[in-house]
Design a protein around this ligand. Structure first.
Ligand code: HEC
Ligand code: HEC
Length: 282
C-alpha cells in the first residue's frame, strides 16, 4: 500500500511538472509565432506599452485604432480560445461584429489549429496585462456601421482551414505557410481591388499573389514573384535570407513599411524559417 501511494504521488508529481513544461514551451512557441505574425507592430501605439493597442491606422473611410490584445480585462482578459480564434482567423470580434480587414485575418485564416493554441497560450500567459480602454474609430456614421463589413467578409475572406501541403519539398511548404499565413506578406505586396480585398491570397490562387502593391504610405511594396522582371528573379536565396534578417543585402536596404517587418518580426525568425521563406519566394 505504502509503495502504491508513493508511486502514485511520484507519478502525479511528474505529470504536474511535465504539464508545466509543456505550457512554458507552448508559450515560447506562441511568442515566436506572434513575432512571425508581427502582431506587435500594429497593436502597439508610438511610445505605448507592447500589445496595448491604440495605433491609428488610416483606411479609405477614416482612422481606426488597433485594439488592446494584452490579457487585461480591457483587452483579451475574458477571451476564450474560441473568441480569440474567431477574431484572429475569422475576423469576428467577441461582441459578434466584424473586424476591419486592417487586421489581416484573411491571411491569418491560413494558420493551423496547433499554432493558434500556442498563440493563445502566449497572449494569455506570456504578455504583460495593460489596462487601457480601446479607442473608437474616427469613421463618421453611417460609414462606421459594421454590418457592411460582414458582407465584405462573406465575399472575400477565405475559408479557415489548416494549411494543405502543395509542394513536394517540406522547406517550400513551410515557407508558403509562413508567407501566406502569419507573415501576411500579401497584405502589402499583393495588389488590391477597388473593394480593398487582396486580388489573391496564395500562389495557388492567381498570378497576382505578391505581384507588388499600389503605393502604401508613399512607398511601393515591390513584387516578390520570382517570375517578374521587377520581382525577385535575380535575387539569390542567400541574399533574401540576409535581407529579411538584417534589413540589408548587397542589393537593397529597407525603408518604408518593410523596416517594421524586419525590426519586429523577421529578424527573430530562425534561419531555417528564413530559408524556407526565401526558397518559397524563389
Ligand atoms: C496590419 C496590422 C495588424 C496586425 C499585423 C495584427 N493586427 Fe490584430 N487588429 C488590427 C486592427 C486594426 C484591429 C481592430 C480592427 C477593428 O476594430 O475592427 C485588430 C483587432 C484584433 C483582435 C480583436 C480584438 C478585439 O478587441 O476584439 C485580435 C484578437 C487581434 N487583432 C489579434 C492579433 C494577433 C494575435 C496578431 C498577430 C498574429 C494581430 N492581431 C496582428 C491590426 C493588426
Ligand atoms: C507593412 C507592409 C509590408 C509587409 C507586411 C511586408 N512587406 Fe516587404 N516591403 C514593404 C515595402 C513598402 C517594401 C519596399 C520598400 C523597401 O524596398 O524597403 C518592401 C520590400 C520588400 C523586399 C525587397 C524587394 C526589393 O526588390 O527591394 C522583400 C524581399 C520583401 N519586402 C519581403 C517581404 C516578405 C517575405 C514579407 C512577409 C514575411 C513582407 N515583405 C511583408 C512592405 C511590407
Amino acid at each position: 500500500m505504502k509503495t502504491f501511494v508513493i508511486a502514485t504521488l511520484a507519478l502525479l508529481g511528474s505529470t504536474a511538472i511535465h504539464a508545466a513544461d509543456v505550457d512554458q514551451n507552448l508559450i515560447k512557441q506562441g511568442e515566436y509565432l506572434a513575432r512571425a505574425g508581427d502582431c506587435v507592430a500594429c497593436h502597439t501605439a508610438k511610445g505605448g506599452k507592447p500589445f496595448a493597442g491604440g495605433l491609428p491606422m488610416e483606411t479609405p473611410i477614416g482612422t481606426i485604432y488597433s485594439t488592446n490584445i494584452t490579457p487585461d480585462k480591457t483587452g483579451l482578459g475574458d477571451y476564450s480560445f474560441e473568441d480569440f480564434d474567431q477574431a484572429v482567423r475569422h475576423g469576428v470580434a467577441k461582441n459578434g461584429s466584424t473586424l476591419y480587414p486592417a487586421m489581416p485575418y484573411p491571411s491569418y485564416a491560413r494558420v493551423n489549429q496547433a499554432d493558434m493554441q500556442a498563440l493563445y497560450a502566449y497572449f494569455m500567459h506570456g504578455v504583460e496585462p495593460v489596462a487601457q480602454e480601446n479607442k473608437v474609430s474616427d469613421i463618421p456614421w453611417p460609414l462606421s456601421m459594421r454590418w457592411p463589413l460582414m458582407g465584405w467578409r462573406w465575399l472575400f475572406a477565405p475559408k479557415v482551414e489548416d494549411y494543405q501541403a502543395t509542394s513536394a519539398d517540406p522547406v517550400i511548404d513551410r515557407g508558403a505557410y509562413l508567407v501566406e499565413g502569419l507573415g501576411h506578406c500579401g497584405a502589402c505586396h499583393t495588389p488590391r481591388a477597388l473593394t480593398m480585398q487582396e486580388k489573391s491570397l496564395s500562389a495557388a490562387d492567381g498570378s497576382e499573389f505578391l505581384a507588388g502593391s499600389a503605393p502604401l504610405e508613399g512607398w511601393i511594396a515591390k513584387s516578390l514573384r520570382g517570375d517578374h522582371k521587377d520581382g525577385l528573379g535575380s535575387w539569390s536565396e542567400e541574399q533574401l535570407v540576409q535581407f529579411l534578417k538584417t534589413g540589408r543585402s548587397d542589393r537593397s536596404a529597407v525603408f518604408g513599411g518593410m523596416s517594421d517587418v524586419v525590426t519586429h518580426s523577421m529578424q527573430y525568425m530562425s534561419d531555417a524559417d528564413l530559408t524556407a521563406i526565401a526558397r518559397y519566394l524563389k
